[in-house]
Design a protein around this ligand. Structure first.
Ligand SMILES: [Zn+2]
Ligand SMILES: [Zn+2]
Length: 255
């Protein structure tokens, strides 16, 4: 039977240097439950090292976590890459790591990058600066992600920085992403003209949470049989009755 699933597919942990240190696995799952989300994805910048503890913390509470990563392409475009399981994300992380410049993080300037356990205890600090472009193009990233059974979703595609629109000025007609993530502040960007070639690409909106309060502030509602990546793919393609039901944006007065 199909039912509604509220999903926030773009959430950072404390490992992202720009994110709050209170984004521990436990806190993330608590906030997701408080917000009555049914499904989340963890998407740190160019790393997946804090994904397993969030998945484990989710499992303890019976809550599904999609393993993911927000990769920054050579063109300085952010892309959500979501995977069906940890082994496929882990393999992808190895590729990203090989292409991430070996520049040390300066915690004073960029913030700390703690790798934590499921309770939020710090195991070590990631030493390589995570917020950099990897030496992979947009198309190379797409091909690698699709080969590994993942979803390829340009992040906050209409934002004024680090997005498809800011870096290229358009959505390449042959990119064929699984979806476009709208910036949570840019609700006006839904194409009004059906001839707009991007009109056929499904949209999602997520919180891009960098602090615990933001989790669930923007979300996408899907009609699915169960909270899995395969079901999300069917919904984005409008297959077998699965679909995107609603995009929920935050109240602009709170932004
Ligand atoms: Zn981003
Ligand atoms: Zn992000």
């Amino acid at each position: 039977m199909l039912k509604e699933f509220h999903a926030d597919l773009h959430i950072h942990t404390c490992l992202s240097p720009c994110a709050s240190l209170d984004l521990s696995p436990r806190r993330i799952i608590e906030r997701a439950l408080e917000e009555r989300l049914d499904l989340i994805a963890i998407t740190d910048h160019n790393t997946a090292r804090n994904v397993p503890p969030v998945m484990r913390q989710g499992e303890k509470r019976g809550f599904r976590v999609i393993p993911g990563m927000e990769v920054q392409s050579r063109e300085e475009i952010h892309i959500l890459t979501l995977f069906p399981d940890w082994p496929s994300l882990h393999a992808w992380e190895g590729v990203v790591r090989e292409h991430l410049p070996a520049i040390a993080n300066d915690p004073e300037f960029f913030g700390d990058q703690p790798v934590v356990d499921e309770e939020g205890n710090i195991l070590e600090f990631e030493e390589r600066l995570l917020i950099n472009s990897v030496d992979l193009s947009l198309n190379e990233i797409r091909d690698q992600v699709l080969q590994r059974g993942g979803l390829f979703i340009p992040a906050h595609f209409d934002k004024d920085s680090l997005s498809l629109v800011s870096q290229l000025g358009f959505v390449p007609f042959d990119l064929e992403p699984d979806a476009l993530e709208m910036g949570r502040k840019t609700r006006a960007a839904l194409p009004k003209d059906p001839r707009d070639p991007t009109a056929a690409i499904p949209r999602v909106v997520c919180s891009d949470a960098h602090q615990a309060e933001d989790i669930g502030r923007a979300r996408s509602v899907f009609l699915l049989a169960e909270p899995t990546l395969d079901e999300l793919r069917l919904a984005l393609r409008g297959k077998e009755g699965r679909k995107v039901l609603e995009l929920i944006f935050p109240d602009p007065s709170r932004e």
